[in-house]
Design a binder for this molecule. Structure first.
Ligand code: AMP
Ligand code: MG
Length: 390
């Protein structure tokens, strides 16, 4: 058995080649940038009016002004603004030559045709200067960034219409267990529904991988050899659930060895998720996750997800929040690191009712997970702890 931190280091030491593709901006959210994005323009691209109003000389604003032109956004001004003059200007339009400020329309009055005067003392300039936000040649978004809507806006503004992104790593998913039936069937007395595969498909998608589901495999050498060989040849990473504990039919590690995988660990000092197994064969990775759904969920969150991010060219940075415990939490044994589901309410953390690693319903209201280190049995009410959002 190894420490969770050692298991994490082993997993994150793995490297894989990244394939890239150019995609449309609209398909880019959630994907990872494979290139630096550099601006091909200044932003704003010209001295721009920040208001609807009148462009004039600051020294003139107390005087009555003659309106010499109307400048719409997108138009190039024709006239230079001279002494005692102004040009009516719209938000986003180019500032005309000669003007050094824009007075807001709300602070003016039309006193005659093409004559205005200021009605409120306001010396704000209301001009956004050329290049004040972004300069042509500036690096605006770095390689490795996971694209969010705000990045899409910046890419659109700087002309990056087809960003180069990292291709999604392909993730094969296999459920093992003779007792399993798919969700659309009513289980017989000795059966249970396969929830892990669907949980994993959803987790993989959310983590930016491409899930490929291979169904339920029976706990036989023949069935497992066949499906693991197929999934691992067709995918960068294969995730199996079940068959990694100490039972007579827990033969996944043996089969992985038979297929030429090297098992880098088979047991972690963590609860839930102790029998989590990680195997490597050349550039192919394989996790044997425990059959209990909460174990599988937690091990995915803490070990598999960071690897999928790495395989996608990114870095997984969990959102960690420091908050006080809203209730006391005790555990009897502390030989393993423990990961429990928690709810966040009124700025405090509340451990959820949790019977153990089969209790998937406890995750329904979970906002975050809380890790309790080895040796620690008590978390006091009010104690400040770190939780990781899920
Ligand atoms: P195992 O690790 O195969 O011994 O499975 C441990 C427990 O998890 C058993 O109670 C299994 O029935 C349950 N289990 C295994 N696979 C799944 C699955 N895909 N969905 C839901 N529960 C499962
Ligand atoms: Mg099993």
């Amino acid at each position: 058995m190894i420490l969770f931190e050692e298991a994490y280091d082993i997993v994150m030491k793995q490297t894989s080649s990244l394939n890239t593709e150019q995609i449309s901006l609209v398909d880019s959210p959630g994907r990872i940038l494979a290139e630096d994005v550099v601006s091909d323009v200044d932003m704003p691209p010209f001295n721009k009016s920040a208001m609807d109003g009148y462009a004039c000389r600051l020294e003139d604003i107390k005087n009555e002004l003659e309106v010499i032109e109307t400048i719409a956004a997108g138009k190039i001004p024709v006239n230079t603004v001279g002494k005692g003059q102004c040009s009516k200007i719209m938000t986003g339009a180019m500032i005309p030559e000669g003007a050094d400020c824009v007075i807001m329309i709300e602070h003016t009055e039309e006193i005659a045709q093409n004559k205005i005067k200021l009605t409120k003392d306001d010396t704000r300039i209301n001009i956004a200067k050329k290049g004040e936000d972004i300069k042509s040649g500036d690096l605006v978004i770095g390689k490795g960034t996971k694209i969010k809507p705000q990045h899409v806006a910046v890419m659109a503004a700087v002309g990056c219409a087809s960003p180069l992104i990292v291709k999604k790593p392909t993730i094969g998913i296999i459920s093992t267990g003779n007792e399993l039936v798919e969700p659309q069937y009513k289980p017989e007395v000795s059966q249970i529904r396969n929830s892990n595969a669907y949980q994993l498909i959803a987790q993989v998608e959310k983590a930016g991988g491409q899930p490929n589901y291979y169904g339920i495999a029976e706990d036989t050498d023949k069935a497992l050899l066949k499906v693991i060989e197929k999934a691992s040849s067709e995918n960068d990473l294969t995730l199996l659930t079940g068959g990694v504990s100490m039972g007579d039919f827990d033969i996944v590690p043996k089969i992985l060895r038979q297929l030429g995988f090297e098992l880098l660990f088979e047991s972690i000092a963590v609860q839930p998720g102790k029998p989590t197994t990680f195997a490597v064969k050349k550039d192919k990775f394989c996790f044997g996750l425990p059959g209990n759904p909460v174990s599988s969920f937690m091990q995915f969150e803490t070990l598999v997800k960071p690897l999928i991010y790495k395989m996608s060219g990114g870095v997984y940075k969990p959102i960690v929040i420091s908050l006080p415990m809203g209730a006391e939490y005790k555990r009897k044994r502390s030989a393993r690191k423990s990961i429990i589901p928690v709810r966040i309410a009124d700025g405090q953390v509340f451990p959820l009712k949790y019977h153990g690693s089969a209790h998937i319903a406890s995750l329904v209201n979970a906002d975050a997970i809380l890790t309790i280190p080895i040796g620690k049995t008590l978390l006091e009410k009010g104690e400040i702890i770190d939780v990781r959002q899920i």
